[in-house]
Ligand binder design. Structure first.
Ligand code: GLN
Length: 552
C-alpha cells in the first residue's frame, strides 16, 4: 500500500502547490523512494483539453495521450516517474463515471449521492493511481473553502482515516507581509486551517508561503493556533533565482524528514542527494552567454499558455550556460510586412497553435528566418506553417495552405489524413487514425530519423518517441516536390505514413517537428532539439553559422 501525502491550499490560489508537491516528490525520489503525483481538479470539464489556454494555461500531454493540467508538466520536470491517464482527474470525469455506472444499474437501486458514491469514486481513483508506489502525492486543485472542492476534501478525509499512519496532510497557505506595519500576518493561515479542520482535516505540515522568513515566535504562534507541531510549520520563501531551487530550499527546512518520519518510511528512505538540482541552479545562475529567441504565437502574453515550452527553451541553454531571453511576439502583429519586432533576435520559434488568427504572421516570421539564415524551430503548427511557407515561396505552389484555415486551397500541403488520402487506396488509413476529423492524434509515438540528418545528429539515435496533439498532417502527395526543392523529411512515423520532422540542410539551422518536444524536456536532461536550437542561436549571435552548412 502506498503512503499518501495530500496537498491542499488555502487563503489564495496560485501559491505554487504544484511546484511544492513536485519539489517534495523530487527530494523523496532522491532518497530512493518510488514516488508518483496525482492532481485532482474540481472543475466540471472532463479534462482541460477543451479549455482556452487564456483561462487555464497550457494543456500538458502525457505519454499515454491524456490531455492534462499543466501541473503534470511540473511533476515530470521534477521526478523521473512518467505521468499518465490516472495522474489527473476532474469532477467532470468522476461524475461521468458515476453516471455511467448509475445508467448501467451498478448501484442496484440505491439513491446515488455525493456521499458515498461520488466520494467512493474519488477514493477509488486515488487508490488506483497510487498503486505500486511508496509515496503518492495527491494535490487538490483550488482553495479550501471553495464549494467545488468539498467532495474531494471529504474523500481525502475518509482516506486519511482509512490509511491512518500511512497518510498525511500538507497545507499551503499565504503568510502576507504588511509593509506599512512591517509585520507578518498569521491570521489568514489560522483561518484557512480552521476551515480545513471544520471539515475534519487536521494538517500535519504547513507550508507558509511568505516573502520573508518566519521567526521562531511567528512559527510558534501558528503552531499554537493550528495544532501543527512547530517544526512542521515551514517557511516556504519565494525561490529567487530558479524554481529548481525549491527542492533544496524545502530540504533545508527539513520537510522531507518530517514526511518520512510521519509516514514511517525511515527504513526505506536513504539520505537525500540533491546534487542534480544544485547543478541545474548553478547553470541557471552562472551563465556565460545570453541569447534572445523570438517566440511567435497567439497566446504569448499569457504566462502559463506555453509553460512547458518556455521551460524547455530555458533548459536548452543549460548545457552551455546560456541565458535565454524570450521575446514574445503576437503573430497577428506580423501579418503585415513590418517584421521589425524580429530585429536583433538570434533565433525564431513558432510553437503549436490552432485556428486562423495569426497564421499569416507565423508564415511571415518563418520566411524571415529561412531567407535570413536565422535558426528556426517549428513545433506542430510551427511545422505546418513552415510547410505552407516553403510550398508557397520555394516550391512555387501558389495559394498553398493548411485545410484547417482554407478547406478549398489549391494546395493543401497540410490537411486531415482523410482529406489527402489517396482515393485509389495506396495511402492506407492507419487504424489509430480512423476518426481524425473529430479527435486528435494524442500521446507518444515512435518515429524513425533519417541517417545523416540534423535531427539524427541531435538525438544521436535512429528511433525516438515524442508526444503529439494535433489533427492535421503533412500531405504525402507533396513529399516529392518538397524534397526536390531542398527540404529533407528527416523524421517519418514507423509505418512510413506520416511526416514527423522537416529540415532544410541548405540553411544554418532550420528544423520543424509535428510533435511537441517541450513535453519531454527536463532541467536535468534538457532536450536534444532545444539544446541544439539554443546553441545554434548562440553561434548565430557569434557569427559562426555559415549559410549552407547544416551544423549541430
Ligand atoms: N492546429 C494544428 C492541428 O490540429 C496544430 C495543432 C498544434 O499545434 N498542437 O493539426
Amino acid at each position: 500500500m502506498a503512503s499518501l501525502v495530500f496537498v491542499t491550499g488555502g487563503v489564495v490560489s496560485s501559491l505554487g502547490k504544484g511546484l511544492s508537491a513536485a519539489s517534495l516528490a523530487a527530494i523523496l525520489e532522491s532518497r530512493g523512494l518510488k514516488v508518483t503525483l496525482v492532481k485532482l481538479d474540481p472543475y466540471l470539464n472532463v479534462d482541460p483539453g477543451t479549455m482556452s489556454p487564456f483561462q487555464h494555461g497550457e494543456v500538458f500531454v502525457t505519454m499515454d495521450g491524456a490531455e492534462t493540467d499543466l501541473d503534470l508538466g511540473h511533476y515530470e520536470r521534477f521526478v523521473r516517474t512518467r505521468m499518465g491517464q490516472l495522474n489527473n482527474c476532474t469532477t467532470g470525469r468522476i461524475y461521468g463515471n458515476v453516471i455511467t455506472k448509475e445508467r448501467r444499474g451498478d448501484y442496484l437501486g440505491a439513491t446515488v449521492q455525493v456521499i458515498p458514491h461520488v466520494t467512493d469514486e474519488i477514493k477509488d481513483w486515488i487508490r488506483r493511481a497510487s498503486e505500486g508506489y511508496d509515496v503518492a502525492m495527491i494535490e487538490i486543485g483550488g482553495t479550501v473553502g471553495d464549494i467545488e472542492s468539498l467532495p474531494f476534501l471529504e474523500a481525502i478525509r475518509q482516506l486519511g482515516v482509512e490509511y491512518g499512519r500511512n497518510a498525511m496532510f500538507m497545507h499551503l497557505t499565504l503568510v502576507p507581509f504588511l509593509r506599512a506595519a512591517n509585520e507578518i500576518k498569521t491570521k489568514p493561515t489560522q483561518h484557512s486551517v480552521k476551515e480545513l479542520r471544520s471539515i475534519g482535516i487536521q494538517p500535519d505540515v504547513l507550508l507558509c508561503r511568505s516573502e520573508i522568513e518566519l521567526s521562531e515566535s511567528e512559527c510558534a504562534k501558528i503552531a499554537l493556533f493550528t495544532n501543527v507541531p512547530i517544526k512542521a510549520v515551514i517557511s516556504a520563501l519565494d525561490a529567487r533565482d530558479s524554481i529548481y531551487d525549491i527542492p533544496t530550499m524545502l530540504h533545508a527546512e527539513g520537510l522531507d524528514d518530517i514526511v518520512v518520519e510521519r509516514l514511517g518510511l525511515e527504513d526505506k528512505a536513504g539520505p537525500a542527494n540533491l546534487d542534480d538540482w544544485l547543478e541545474v541552479v548553478d547553470r541557471t545562475i552562472n551563465t556565460r552567454h545570453e541569447v534572445t529567441v523570438a517566440m511567435v504565437g497567439k497566446y504569448v502574453e499569457h504566462n502559463d499558455a506555453y509553460k512547458s515550452l518556455t521551460e524547455a527553451i530555458a533548459h536548452g541553454g543549460l548545457r552551455q550556460r546560456i541565458k535565454v531571453n524570450i521575446r514574445r511576439i503576437e503573430s497577428d502583429d506580423l501579418a503585415d510586412d513590418d517584421l521589425s519586432q524580429l530585429d536583433g533576435v538570434d533565433a525564431i520559434l513558432v510553437p503549436g497553435g490552432f485556428g486562423e488568427r495569426g497564421f499569416e504572421g507565423k508564415v511571415n516570421a518563418i520566411r524571415h528566418a529561412r531567407e535570413g539564415g536565422i535558426p528556426y524551430l517549428g513545433i506542430c503548427y510551427g511545422m505546418q506553417a513552415a510547410s505552407v511557407e516553403f510550398a508557397r515561396n520555394v516550391c512555387g505552389l501558389e495559394g498553398a495552405n493548411t485545410t484547417e484555415i482554407e478547406p478549398d486551397t489549391p494546395h493543401g500541403v497540410i490537411g486531415l489524413i482523410t482529406e489527402w488520402q489517396d482515393a485509389s487506396g495506396t495511402v492506407e488509413q492507419r487504424d489509430d487514425q480512423s476518426d481524425l476529423g473529430g479527435t486528435m492524434r494524442l500521446g507518444a509515438q515512435d518515429c524513425r530519423l533519417r541517417e545523416g540528418s540534423l535531427a539524427r545528429k541531435l538525438y544521436g539515435r535512429e528511433i525516438i518517441s515524442e508526444r503529439h496533439r494535433h489533427r492535421y498532417e503533412f500531405n504525402n502527395h507533396y513529399r516529392d516536390i518538397f524534397q526536390k526543392n531542398g527540404m529533407v523529411l528527416s523524421g517519418i512515423s514507423m509505418d512510413e505514413m506520416l511526416v514527423e520532422i522537416i529540415e532544410i540542410p541548405d540553411h544554418p539551422w532550420f528544423l520543424a517537428c509535428q510533435f511537441h518536444p517541450e513535453f519531454t524536456s527536463s532541467p536535468r536532461d534538457g532536450h536534444p532539439l532545444f539544446t541544439g536550437f539554443i546553441e545554434a542561436a548562440l553561434r548565430e549571435q557569434q557569427g559562426e553559422l555559415p549559410a549552407g552548412v547544416a551544423s549541430l
